[in-house]
Design a protein around this ligand. Structure first.
Ligand code: SF4
Ligand code: SF4
Ligand code: SF4
Length: 341
């Protein structure tokens, strides 16, 4: 990139932790300010969607887009940032795989509205009002985004150039990404920025290829600080998780829960983990293996799809309302004049 670049940082269905992770690059943030103008970042600076709409297509050099796609507004913004950015990065696990917001794919819009606006013990809503996309108030029409049944990843919505995994990505990897953009050293489009090894490859714990009789919950044992946690019976996802964090969690005696997602070639993180766990059990008997998995891992969905349900082969649980899925409107720009942000 020649000259000063234009940087946008946008959030959709996200917790904001990815933005905070950017501050983890510490004093290098001054280098970012030296090399980029921050042209749009609703998290920290006022900015209007209409300003972005007015930019020429491709005017933004780099957009770090965090958060998954839950509403029509987020879908519109994904499309807008795709048009305006030369390089669009799915920044963090929410954008890359769906992450924690994606666990809502275990339910649907109707059930979420019922628990949020009708059924919770602290709710007083005698008229049963739930959010509408249009409301007439004092002669004016107010618009709210359409809330979809299904959370999607950024790549299930628009074409993504690069993926930066992690919940959130480690500051060193964020810095690597910015440097790669500045120095025109980005990898093949469509690839994950970072290592293709696993957390196990970064982990210093001793592995003895030992089989185990059963799995244990973290509260059941005080793990030995030197030995592989999996070989002590704890469900450590390092074996299926992309490297990049420096094996942070095992370093502090805590199993990896897989926030960097799977490494290349793994289509479904949960399936890979179940196969890896079955292979460390002492028993070869399918019934005993199933029993060990059932008793030792009471919440397999939470364990294995905490970060990746929308991006997994399952994507969501079957819709139980028997109705057509509430999803994108064909003309989002018309539905969101000015973006509505
Ligand atoms: S990836 Fe993690 S830190 Fe980033 S927005 Fe999602 S939940 Fe927050
Ligand atoms: S399974 Fe976990 S504890 Fe064992 S080597 Fe891999 S990352 Fe380390
Ligand atoms: S050890 Fe696993 S869960 Fe912990 S930060 Fe690294 S990838 Fe994420």
């Amino acid at each position: 990139m020649s000259g000063k670049g234009k940087l946008a940082i946008y959030w959709a269905a996200s917790c904001g932790g990815c933005e905070i992770a950017i501050l983890g690059i510490n004093e290098k943030i001054l280098d970012v300010a030296e090399h980029f103008d921050l042209v749009f970042c609703p998290c920290i600076a006022d900015g209007k969607v209409s300003d972005v709409e007015a930019m020429a297509d491709g005017a933004i050099d780099l957009c770090l887009f965090n958060g998954s796609i839950r509403t029509s507004e987020q879908e519109y913004m994904a499309q807008l940032m795709r048009r305006k950015a030369k390089v669009l990065v799915a920044f963090g696990s929410c954008a890359g795989e769906g992450c924690i917001p994606g666990l809502a794919n275990l339910t649907n819009r109707e059930e979420i509205f019922a628990s949020s606006y009708l059924d919770s013990p602290s709710t007083v809503n005698p008229d049963g009002v739930v959010p509408q996309t249009k409301s007439e108030v004092d002669g004016c029409t107010l618009h709210l985004p359409l809330f979809y049944d299904t959370v999607r990843t950024l790549a299930q919505t628009v074409q993504v150039d690069y993926f930066l995994p992690g919940c959130p990505p480690e500051p060193e990897r964020i810095w690597d990404t910015l440097v790669a953009v500045l120095e025109n050293k980005l990898p093949e489009p469509g690839s994950v920025i970072g290592s293709n090894t696993t957390v196990c490859d970064e982990c210093k714990r001793v592995r003895a290829e030992k089989s185990i009789p059963a799995f244990k919950r973290t509260w059941e044992i005080l793990p030995d600080p030197e030995t592989c946690l999996l070989e002590q019976g704890l469900v450590c996802c390092g074996v299926a998780t992309r490297a990049g964090c420096g094996a942070l969690c095992p370093q502090v005696n805590s199993p990896c829960i897989g926030c960097y997602g799977p490494n290349d070639g793994v289509e479904d993180f949960g399936a890979r983990m179940i196969s890896a766990l079955a292979s460390v059990l002492e028993s070869n008997d399918p019934e005993e293996i199933e029993q060990a998995l059932r008793t030792g891992i009471p919440d397999p969905l939470g364990n294995f799809y905490r970060f990746s349900l929308p991006g997994s082969l399952m994507r969501r649980s079957p819709l139980s309302n028997g109705e057509k899925e509430v999803s994108a409107k064909p003309d989002l720009a018309a539905a969101h004049p000015g973006g509505g942000v």
